[in-house]
Design a protein around this ligand. Structure first.
Ligand code: AMP
Ligand code: MG
Length: 330
């Protein structure tokens, strides 16, 4: 599907990377309606939907389109256009105060979660957005079931909630290192071989419950290759400003790559639904990944048919009276 650029196709600012994923096209002048349609088609390529037959090997870590450093400004412009559309939708969602959106990010270390959150959410009103990062559970958190800490941080109506990691860690890191499960306070007789199957079922039900109560959920797996992770780890070690991002634990987890991939595959197969789908985002190119993410979020919000609350006739009359009184002020 990759298409090589011809010299006649040199891009100029204003031309941006196509939302069909295979060719370059100007999307800067599209109407909002058209832009949303493009976002829908583009993000659909990465949307798993019903996960029953999901196979991770069918999803590339590479965008598979011809992108070079010269494309950077164009990619930036595309992201900005997407973020603008997202900000408009968020404004409506906040005003309407009914729906909420939960966006979940899961990935191996250095796949670009933090950067994606920072860039995709850059243009939106902080008042309508809340980000929660989930680390290894605290003593208080371990005193509860694994959904407890997540439920406490669910976005309020009208808001976007971002989960940087989530309850999915409890079928990922905890599955890869079963010792974590056995060291937790879960009664031993409940840590049976069926636990993962049961957790998937509980998560599906939980997400269904949230959907039925007005929370729309989309989930991103940032699919980075082991080779690209190595490159990014080395950058983090070489660059003093990035040293803080790297820990020896990250390097250790890398040794379990195969087990993680199996767990991700099982997770997506069992918890991707049409209603609350997983997106498998090619993450070897950070700019491209961000465009996929913003497109998917725009699409998810667009499907909610958000609108500013309707103002009643009485209210309009009242506003007119107040305006007149203000104009009449001496
Ligand atoms: P980071 O996102 O790089 O700050 O790392 C957070 C770490 O917390 C990761 O290594 C996660 O695997 C770990 N973590 C998150 N949730 C859990 C959990 N439920 N049990 C154990 N470790 C977890
Ligand atoms: Mg880390």
């Amino acid at each position: 599907m990759a298409r090589k650029k011809k010299s006649s196709e040199k891009k100029s600012p204003g031309k941006v990377v196509s939302t069909t994923g295979s060719k370059l096209e100007d999307i800067s002048k599209l109407s909002r309606k058209e832009l949303k349609e493009r976002a829908r088609k583009f993000s659909k390529q990465y949307c798993v939907g019903d996960g029953a037959d999901f196979q991770l090997k069918k999803y590339s870590t590479d965008p598979n389109i011809d992108l070079g450093p010269e494309d950077k400004p164009l990619m930036k412009l595309t992201l900005e256009t997407g973020v603008e559309a997202l900000a408009e939708l968020q404004d409506k969602m906040y005003a309407q105060d009914k729906w909420s959106l939960l966006v979940i990010f899961q990935a191996m270390d250095a796949a670009g979660k933090d950067g994606a959150i920072k860039h995709v959410m850059s243009g939106i009103n902080p008042q309508g957005c809340q980000v929660t990062a989930f680390k290894a559970p605290s003593a208080e958190e371990l005193d509860h079931d694994y959904l407890w800490r997540c439920q406490k941080n669910m976005p309020e109506r009208g808001r976007i909630g971002i989960f940087n990691r989530s309850y999915y860690e409890d079928v990922l890191v905890v599955r890869v290192h079963e010792s974590i499960l056995h060291a937790s306070k879960l009664p031993e007789e409940l840590a049976t071989p069926d636990i993962w199957k049961n957790r998937f079922k509980d998560i599906r039900n939980y997400e269904k419950y949230l959907s039925r109560n007005g929370t729309r959920i989309i989930k991103f797996f940032l699919n980075v290759s082991k080779k690209e992770q190595k490159k990014r780890f080395i950058e983090r070690i070489d660059n003093p400003e990035k040293n803080w991002k790297f820990s020896s634990a990250d390097a250790k987890e890398r040794n379990y790559w195969g087990d993680y991939m199996k767990s991700y595959e099982a997770m997506i197969r069992n918890t991707s639904t049409r209603e609350s789908p997983w997106y498998v985002v090619p993450a070897d190119n950070k700019s491209f990944a961000r465009i996929v993410i913003v497109s998917a979020i725009v699409n998810a919000m667009d499907e909610l048919n958000l609108a500013y609350p309707r103002v009643s006739k009485e209210k309009i009359a009242e506003l007119k009276t107040i305006k007149q009184a203000l104009l009449d002020e001496k």
